[in-house]
Design a protein around this ligand. Structure first.
Ligand code: GDP
Length: 528
């Protein structure tokens, strides 16, 4: 089959939400439609359960499941769908940011009662920065929640989106009667029975049809007609081009738990969502349909089982095909590597595959060759852009607690940072190492893994830093920059890529620095 045909079949996307909005439930229902799983409850949530924050072994155990759920692939109609898992827990937000570099679109799940929550805001902001096409799914309509129009307003205001509903609820909670599908022009009645035949839809060419009154009652029918009029008056017509550019976000309503409104979402998704898109490398724009293979590492999963210490590097294929036992260039190391057992993913299983296509994800067994952002090609020098580091929230000095094991410690820190567990900064003044993380939890994870995987011991010491700012001087030779570096020398460090970073101790100090040294730009992400 031609490469172009294979690429056009693929839909690689992520589901993002605040914890508990219903991401796992929705994922599971989507897999049921694909026939990839037979019953509900089959997909294990890799989410960190509440109250687990004090017991990180438990968290890692729960997170360990995520190797299986990192990529969930299934076929639906004539499409191959790849869902990339995105941890909702805020301590693992970096993981999610990186995964978003490998998706072609996303579905945002929002709880109808809670509305837009903190984690949703952060993740949507990253998607907006990258113009990733987004579909919004408002979940839990079987419960009392906010008024649909209020919620749409909230989504527009808090998330900075331009929405247009493609379905609209008829009632809510106790009075929830069903959903009018604006996209397909039909009604799906809600019975609250998850085993119900979900194909039971009633088509209407016009909502004015008097039969509607008979089916849902005159009152509900009247309210629906009014609401739809308002929808048409207030929101723009759906425009696929605008959606693909990230300028317009269609909204669906439903109840994932009751498998209600999910088929509508999926059917629309496979029609409108983008197939694999071209990706910018530092050298040039790389198109999926190019014959030669290229791809990049967006995630590395360590095996927590001490008996199997290997890691799995997840590669998003950007162009061409990835074939088993074929030598590919590891661009950063400038060496050729061959993979005898690349993993592809189907539902929650992984299996060895001979060939994968642009848009797919392959998992490669790795003994320490890869780090996040690495590029593989057939020989061309390419470096894919766009796996930025964001300023961590927590900073601590890391000290060696066993002088006999300094080498092991250095190696362990090095590899854990390549995996993206945390960020390392080395102070310019004295070479001391500082670990920056998004959540306090990672310190325990690092300490434990250093000990169990590398035989090294470490202790931490507080380092009161507010934010890491990546520095960009207008003129590296200017007096102002020299002066800045002299005055701030105690707070200057290099990150793992050797970029210079200013570790500011307060937002006030960032402000003062910006005022005093206007030609020295400060960025909160390593990509600017
Ligand atoms: P995640 O953290 O986003 O993956 O959320 P889950 O899928 O684990 O869902 C969180 C909770 O909400 C679970 O108890 C689900 O059973 C429940 N839930 C999910 N979807 C619905 C829904 O449509 N209606 C109701 N009432 N509960 C739901």
């Amino acid at each position: 089959m031609s490469l172009v045909k294979e690429i056009n079949k693929r839909r690689t996307f992520g589901i993002i939400s605040h914890p508990d909005a219903g991401k796992t439930t929705l994922t599971e229902k989507l897999l049921l439609f694909g026939g990839a799983i037979q019953e509900a409850g089959a997909v294990k949530s890799n989410k960190i359960k509440k109250g687990a924050t004090s017991d990180f072994m438990e968290i890692e155990r729960q997170r360990g499941i995520s190797v299986a759920t990192s990529v969930l692939a299934f076929n639906y109609r004539d499409k191959k769908i790849n869902i990339l898992d995105t941890p909702g827990h805020k301590d693992f937000a970096e993981d999610t940011f990186r995964t978003l570099t490998a998706v072609d679109s996303v579905i945002v799940v929002i709880d109808v009662a809670k509305g837009v929550e903190e984690q949703t805001e952060k993740l949507v902001q990253v998607c907006r920065m990258r113009n990733i096409p987004m579909i919004v799914f408002i979940n839990k309509l079987d419960r009392e929640g906010k008024d649909a129009f209020d919620l749409l307003d909230e989504v527009e205001q808090k998330l900075g989106l331009q929405v247009t509903p493609l379905s609209f609820p008829i009632g809510m909670g106790y009075d929830f009667k069903g959903i009018y599908n604006i996209w397909e022009k039909n009604i799906n009645l809600f019975s609250g029975d998850s085993k119900k035949n979900i194909e039971e839809t009633i088509a209407f060419d016009h909502v004015e049809d008097p039969e509607l009154d008979q089916i849902i009652g005159a009152h509900a029918a009247g309210a629906l007609r009014e609401n739809l009029e308002l929808v048409h008056g207030v929101y723009p017509e759906f425009d696929r081009e605008a959606y693909l550019k990230g300028e317009l976000q269609p909204v669906f309503f439903g109840s994932a738990l009751n498998n209600f409104g999910v088929r509508e979402l999926l059917d629309c998704f496979i029609e409108i969502a983008p197939f694999p898109r071209p990706k910018q490398s530092e050298e040039r724009l790389v198109k999926p349909e190019e014959e030669t293979f290229s791809g990049f590492v967006f995630k590395i999963h360590a095996n927590m089982d001490p008996k199997h210490r290997d890691r799995l590097a997840f590669i998003k294929i950007v162009s061409g095909t990835f074939e088993r036992n074929t030598p590919y260039l590891h661009v950063r190391h400038n060496k050729k590597l061959k993979f005898s057992s690349p993993n592809a993913f189907f539902a929650e299983k992984k299996e060895i595959v001979d060939i994968s296509y642009a848009g797919d994800i392959v998992g490669l067994h790795d003994t320490g060759n890869f780090k996040i952002g690495d590029t593989l090609t057939e020989g061309e020098i390419l470096n894919f852009k766009g796996i930025p580091s964001f300023s961590p929230e927590h900073f601590r000095y890391i000290n060696n607690a066993d002088p006999m094991k300094a080498k092991q410690l250095a190696k362990g820190i090095d590899q854990l940072m390549d995996e993206g567990v945390a960020q390392l900064f080395t102070l310019q003044l004295n070479g001391r190492k500082v670990i920056g993380t998004v959540g306090a939890l990672q310190y325990e994870v690092i300490q434990y893994r250093l000990e169990h995987e590398y035989g090294a011991k470490c202790t931490y010491e507080n380092f009161p830093v507010h934010k890491a700012c990546w520095i960009e001087p207008d003129d590296p030779k200017s007096e102002e920059y020299t002066e800045f570096k002299r005055v701030k020398q105690k707070f200057l460090a290099t990150d793992k890529q050797g970029q210079l970073v200013f570790l500011a101790d307060s937002s006030f100090s960032i402000q003062m620095t910006q005022q005093k040294y206007p030609s020295v730009k400060l960025h909160f992400s390593s990509e600017y």
